[in-house]
Design a protein around this ligand. Structure first.
Ligand code: NI
Length: 407
């Protein structure tokens, strides 16, 4: 390409972008409430996907449906050559009965958008709407990925396997999570690990039951379980480098049927979280060693089912710099940028970030005064919808900066 054929970077009028995006707010709220009223679980997002596809259709935006069952990709190509940026939004809900008394409460019994993915989907649609109308001001291509099943079993990996990052090849990816741990008007972002790797396990302990007054004739699976639960906590406190962060949680324990009976079996389940990707495999091995040792000590046997679910979410330095600089433009106050925001929560955005550089960030969405500050996955979770247009503005300005190479 000769120098003269490089398209001129248009004079981006930031306040004009904001005005146009604010004008989308009514639509954003309508979309978000539509998704909120009809939440669907992972890989069952048929109505959600149909609504997205229909809305893209009405806007005239080219898109592909049925990727990893219910996933959709909208592709916005400018007439000018340039890089390819992907924006990812997850669209699944949770098996929770909503307890909010709101006009747009969930109409699907036992299912609720309690994590804000309804908002993510609305923000992605609003971003598509804006970028499509302004595609001649862009360079390159923006792919907007509507991903199923983030909560589990994970839609990112199958979408990658179905080549969502190919043709055209995606150079980088961004995504956001509405975040009630941060107040409205803030952005939490950092380079390196942002969210943890997720591993899970089920453990069955097999002892020998008997009379509660005659323990000498039994192998008490409850006592064995208690030893195991305590000992598992020493992996983080006594085996792991103290500068590595990790969590081992036993969240479920089931045993016994009566107060005077020694239980022959116990079952527990738990989760492991960590940031350092080199620790993959480490916890599985150590947990198995501890269980084996304790079971041998007491004469019990066991079955451990252990699986690795998601890698840690690790942000690229350059893409994080881009998001941070955009956040400063959007939030307009340096104290609104929370630099070391990290959580042991997991996210399958991590699979995209393993493939290409990118940045995932938290968008503050809590509003204490309006009672919109319940934690994620709570039956009364809800967020301040003002965050929707802030989210669109974050994405649009990231696209502007990225496509014009002003990282
Ligand atoms: Ni979520």
């Amino acid at each position: 390409m000769t120098i003269s054929s490089i398209p001129q970077i248009p004079n981006i009028n930031l306040s004009q972008i904001r005005l146009e995006i604010r004008a989308l707010q009514t639509k954003l709220v309508q979309w978000r409430r539509q998704f909120h009223q009809y939440p669907e679980l992972g890989f069952k997002e048929q109505a959600t996907a149909a609504f997205i596809a229909q809305t893209l259709e009405e806007m005239g935006i080219p898109h592909q449906t049925g990727i990893a069952k219910t996933g959709i990709v909208a592709t916005i190509t400018s007439a000018h050559p340039g890089p390819v940026l992907a924006i990812r939004a997850d669209m699944d809900a949770l098996p929770i009965q909503e307890e909010n008394d709101i006009p747009y409460r969930s109409q699907n019994d036992g299912i609720m958008h309690a994590c804000g993915h309804d908002g993510h989907t609305a923000i992605a649609l609003g971003t598509a709407d804006y970028l499509w109308r302004h595609r001649e001001d862009l360079k390159g291509t923006v792919k907007i990925i509507f991903q199923p099943a983030e909560e589990s079993p994970g839609g990112a990996k199958p979408m990658i396997e179905e080549k969502v990052l190919k043709n055209p090849d995606v150079d980088a990816i961004i995504g956001l999570h509405l975040w009630n741990n941060l107040p409205l008007g803030t952005v939490g972002v950092r380079s390196g690990p942002l969210m943890a790797a997720v591993e899970c396990f089920h453990l069955d302990i097999f002892g020998k039951g008997g009379h509660g007054a005659m323990p000498d004739q039994t192998i008490d699976s409850v006592v064995v379980s208690a030893q195991i639960i305590n000992a598992l906590q020493t992996i983080v406190s006594r085996n792991l480098n103290p500068l590595d962060s990790a969590v081992v949680t036993v969240g479920e324990l089931h045993a016994g049927t009566a107060l005077n009976v020694i239980a022959d079996q116990a079952r527990m389940s738990g989760t492991v979280r960590y940031f350092n990707p080199d620790l993959k495999g480490y916890f599985h091995r150590r947990i198995d060693e501890i269980i084996a040792g304790i079971c041998q000590t007491f004469g019990a046997t066991y079955q451990l089912d252990y699986w690795w679910l998601y890698p840690p979410v690790i942000n690229d330095q350059k893409m994080t710099d881009l998001v941070q600089s955009v956040a400063l433009d959007v939030i307009e106050t340096p104290t609104g940028i929370v630099p070391n925001c990290q959580t042991m929560g997991g996210e399958d955005m991590s699979f995209f970030l393993q493939e290409i550089p990118g940045c995932y960030f938290f968008l503050g969405s809590a509003n204490q005064d309006q009672g919109l500050a319940f934690p994620h996955h709570h039956p009364r979770f809800n967020f301040d919808e003002t965050a929707l247009s802030i989210g669109v503005e974050m994405f649009v300005r990231c696209v502007e900066k990225f496509c014009h190479g002003t990282i």
